[in-house]
Write a protein that binds this ligand. Structure first.
Ligand code: MLT
Length: 400
C-alpha cells in the first residue's frame, strides 16, 4: 500500500469554486424554473478580441503546414510571446528581460507550483483574506503558513510587521478577493522589508490591467530593489479573456540569488527553468501565438474595450451597494467588489440567502480566509444585462 500525502487531510475536501459550483448545481436541479445569475467565480464572459481570434486561426494554419508545423516547444515559452511580454512591461515603464519570463498555462498553476523551489522550514506570510491557492498549495506540501491580517482597519492592505521575521511573502495586488490595491510607497515598504529579511516576495499581479490610476504600480518591478527579492505571476485570463484558452507568465529575475545551507549560491531563475524543463512543456504554440497578439497595439486596444465593460459593471455594483448602505471595498482598480454581509450574516449564510431569495450566486468571503467570514465577493465579469438584473434584485431584497 502506498504511503499517502496526508497533508491532504489538512485541507478542505473541496476547492472553493468547486464547492460553489456544486451548491449552485443542486439548487438549479431543485429549482429548474428559477433563472440564476452567476457572479461567483471570476470568469470572463466576453469573447476573445478579434486580433486574438485572427492569431489563433493563423496558429492553426501554421500547424497545418509541414513547412511550419511545430512539435515540442521551448519549455520557457516561444520567443515571440516572451518578447511581446517584455515589450509590454517596457511600455508600462518597467524593464524585464525576456530571459526572466516563463510562459505558462496560467497564474494558478505557477502560484501553486512555485513551492517546488523552497524548503520546508520557511516562515511563510500569507494575507487573510486571499486567493486560496497560496494556502492550499503550501499545506499540500506540508508547509505551515503565518497569516497577516487584512481587515477593515487597514483597508485590507496588511503592511509588514518589523518585529516578525519572514522568508516567503505572498502579495496579491490588486487583491483577490478584496479589490484593494497597494500604492508605490506601500509596496516599497514590503520590498525593503523583504530585502532586510533576505525574503522572497511572490507577487500576483493577475489583475494589473484593471488599475486605472497611473500612479499605482502594476508590477512589483516598478519598485526599487524588487528584482533582488521578488517573483511576479501574471495571466492573460483577466487581461485578455484567456480563462478558457490558458496562458500566463511568471517573471523570475536573474538577480534572485540566495545561499544554500552549504554556502553555495542558487539562482531562482535557474531553478525554475530546471523545474519547468522537468515537469512542463509550456502552453500550446497556437495559444502563445495568440498571446503575443494581445500585446500588439490593436490587440491591447481591443482587450481594453472589454476591460472597460467589466469596469462599468464594477461601478454599477459599487453604486448599488452604496445606495443600499452596504459597506464595500474594491470595484475601482479591480473586477471584484467585496462587501460586508448585510444584517450580520455569515458568508455562507449570505450565499444561501442570495441564492434562495434572488438567485444570485457570489463567493462567500469565508472561502478566502477567516477574515472573510462576514464578507462576500461579487465579480464584475458577468454580462452588463445580468449585472443590471442582479443589482435590481439586490435593490428589491435589501432596499428599505
Ligand atoms: C477567482 O474567482 O478568484 C478566480 O477566477 C479564480 C482563478 O483565477 O483561478
Amino acid at each position: 500500500m502506498p504511503k499517502l500525502n496526508e497533508n491532504f487531510l489538512r485541507i478542505q475536501n473541496s476547492y472553493l469554486f468547486s464547492e460553489i459550483a456544486h451548491r449552485t448545481a443542486a439548487y438549479v436541479e431543485a429549482n429548474p424554473d428559477k433563472p440564476i445569475i452567476r457572479l461567483g467565480i471570476g470568469d470572463v464572459t466576453k469573447p476573445l478580441a478579434d486580433t486574438v481570434i485572427a492569431a489563433l486561426h493563423e496558429g492553426v494554419d501554421i500547424m497545418a503546414d509541414a513547412a511550419t508545423f511545430k512539435g515540442y516547444g521551448p519549455e520557457q515559452g516561444y520567443d515571440e510571446a516572451r518578447n511581446a511580454i517584455s515589450a509590454y512591461y517596457k511600455k508600462n515603464g518597467v524593464d524585464v528581460e525576456p530571459e526572466a519570463i516563463f510562459i505558462s498555462d496560467g497564474a494558478k498553476s505557477d502560484t501553486g507550483n512555485i513551492t517546488d523551489l523552497f524548503g520546508h522550514d520557511n516562515v511563510i506570510l500569507i494575507p487573510d483574506p486571499v486567493y486560496p491557492v497560496y494556502v492550499d498549495s503550501n499545506i499540500m506540501c506540508g508547509n505551515s503558513v503565518t497569516y497577516i491580517s487584512g481587515n477593515a482597519g487597514n483597508d485590507f492592505l496588511p503592511m509588514p510587521d518589523r518585529s516578525q521575521h519572514a522568508d516567503i511573502i505572498y502579495i496579491c495586488s490588486p487583491n483577490n478577493p478584496t479589490g484593494a490595491c497597494y500604492n508605490k510607497e506601500q509596496l516599497q515598504e514590503w520590498v525593503d522589508y523583504a530585502l532586510e529579511n533576505e525574503a522572497v516576495i511572490l507577487f500576483d499581479s493577475a489583475y494589473e490591467a484593471f488599475i486605472s490610476d497611473p500612479t499605482l504600480p502594476r508590477s512589483i518591478f516598478a519598485i526599487e530593489g524588487a528584482k533582488k527579492c521578488a517573483i511576479e505571476f501574471c495571466s492573460l485570463s483577466k487581461t485578455a479573456g484567456f480563462t478558457g484558452t490558458r496562458c500566463g507568465y511568471t517573471v523570475v529575475p536573474k538577480e534572485l540569488v540566495f545561499k544554500a545551507s552549504t554556502g553555495e549560491e542558487m539562482s531562482l531563475n535557474t531553478m525554475w527553468n530546471r523545474r519547468q524543463c522537468t515537469k512542463y512543456n509550456s502552453t500550446a504554440y497556437i495559444i502563445q501565438h495568440a498571446a503575443a497578439a494581445v500585446f500588439t497595439d490593436e490587440g491591447m486596444a481591443q482587450c481594453r474595450e472589454n476591460i472597460a465593460c467589466y469596469q462599468k459593471n464594477a461601478r454599477l455594483i459599487a453604486d448599488t451597494l452604496s445606495d443600499l448602505g452596504i459597506r464595500f471595498y474594491g470595484g475601482i482598480h479591480s473586477p471584484y467588489v467585496w462587501f460586508e454581509c448585510p444584517d450580520g450574516m455569515e458568508a455562507w449564510e449570505c450565499f444561501d440567502y442570495l441564492l434562495n431569495n434572488i438567485q444570485v450566486v457570489g463567493t462567500p468571503g469565508a472561502g478566502f480566509g477567516e477574515n472573510g467570514r462576514n464578507f462576500f465577493r461579487l465579480t464584475a465579469f458577468g454580462s452588463y444585462e445580468n449585472t443590471v438584473e442582479a443589482m435590481n434584485r439586490f435593490r428589491r431584497l435589501f432596499g428599505k
